[in-house]
Design a protein around this ligand. Structure first.
Ligand SMILES: NC(=O)c1ccc[n+]([C@@H]2O[C@H](COP(=O)([O-])OP(=O)(O)OC[C@H]3O[C@@H](n4cnc5c(N)ncnc54)[C@H](O)[C@@H]3O)[C@@H](O)[C@H]2O)c1
Length: 254
């Protein structure tokens, strides 16, 4: 059994870096023709400059791609501020990309896919779709909201043979989190709470996205799949110096 996407066309928003780039690579490895839609260019894939905060730009993307089988709505940004320090512009910027951008992408994808009565959509949500990590009010609100889009779209699109699912990554090594991964003191404390004792790699998320986009996930729609090394399952720190050593960026049992 293998993931076979031969003959399928996929588009990945935010596919120039991080989880999106690894997803584009995974889909290509499975045989799909992959187009990256991003504000930043990549030379590795056929590329369309798309800003998901612009209705015109997203419309243009789907005009350009007449037949699309797989859409990964992954573009997203972070940004920390305390609740009181969330300015209107901070809030609006994050909502525009992470929530309105996903809504627009899903809406345009649905219009395209409905006429063909098939398609698979995958959203990049987050463990922050379920928790309230401090300093991330806007980010958390958008990632909770993405699950609202997911579940409503699953209801509306299922009858047309279109599946939509989400991945909910935990702490994954990309430029969004690089500072944390590069800081051993931070990682020692953060990974203390992760059952697998380490952060995740973007490929580990990309593989799940490729599966959800493929016929192997034929009975899955409306699902939010958590990929977090056990973070949401954990309670209090479980790694400590009595039973384990911290090595570079992860914990190992003694
Ligand atoms: N890294 C993590 O730990 C983590 C955890 C959970 C969820 N996520 C989510 O994963 C997704 C990808 O993030 P990442 O960690 O790979 O970060 P990243 O910064 O490496 O990649 C994000 C990509 O989105 C693109 N992008 C940003 N704004 C855009 C816009 N307006 N229009 C089109 N493209 C735009 C960027 O150019 C970039 O290529 C995001 O939705 C993020 O919220 C990341």
């Amino acid at each position: 059994m293998r993931i076979d996407l031969t003959g399928q066309t996929a588009v990945v928003t935010g596919g120039a870096h991080g989880i999106g780039l690894e997803t584009a690579r995974a889909l290509r490895d499975c045989g799909a023709r992959v187009v990256v839609a991003d504000i930043e260019e990549t030379k590795e894939f056929p590329f369309l400059q798309v800003d998901v905060t612009s209705a015109q730009s997203v419309k243009g993307l789907f005009t350009e791609l007449s037949n699309v089988d797989i859409v990964v709505a992954n573009a997203g940004i972070g940004g920390e501020a305390s609740l009181e320090e969330h300015t209107a512009s901070h809030w609006n910027k994050i909502v525009a990309v992470n929530l309105t951008g996903v809504f627009r992408t899903v809406q345009a994808a649905a219009r395209r896919m409905k006429t063909r009565r098939r398609g698979a959509i995958v959203l990049t949500a987050s463990t922050n779709s379920f928790d309230g990590e401090r300093l991330l009010t806007a980010y958390n609100a958008t990632k909770h909201g993405v699950l609202g889009i997911l579940r409503t779209a699953a209801n509306e699109l299922g009858p047309y043979g279109i599946r939509i699912n989400a991945v909910c990554p935990g702490f994954i090594r990309t430029r969004l989190t690089r500072e944390g991964f590069d800081n051993p003191d931070f990682m020692r404390e953060y990974a203390r709470h992760l059952p697998l004792g380490r952060g995740g790699e973007p490929e580990e998320v990309a593989r799940v996205i490729a599966f959800l986009a493929s016929p192997l996930a034929s009975y899955m729609t409306g699902a939010a799949v958590v990929i977090d090394g056990g973070q949401l399952a954990a309670k209090f720190g479980l790694w400590n110096e009595d039973n384990a050593n911290f090595v570079t960026d992860h914990w190992e049992l003694k």
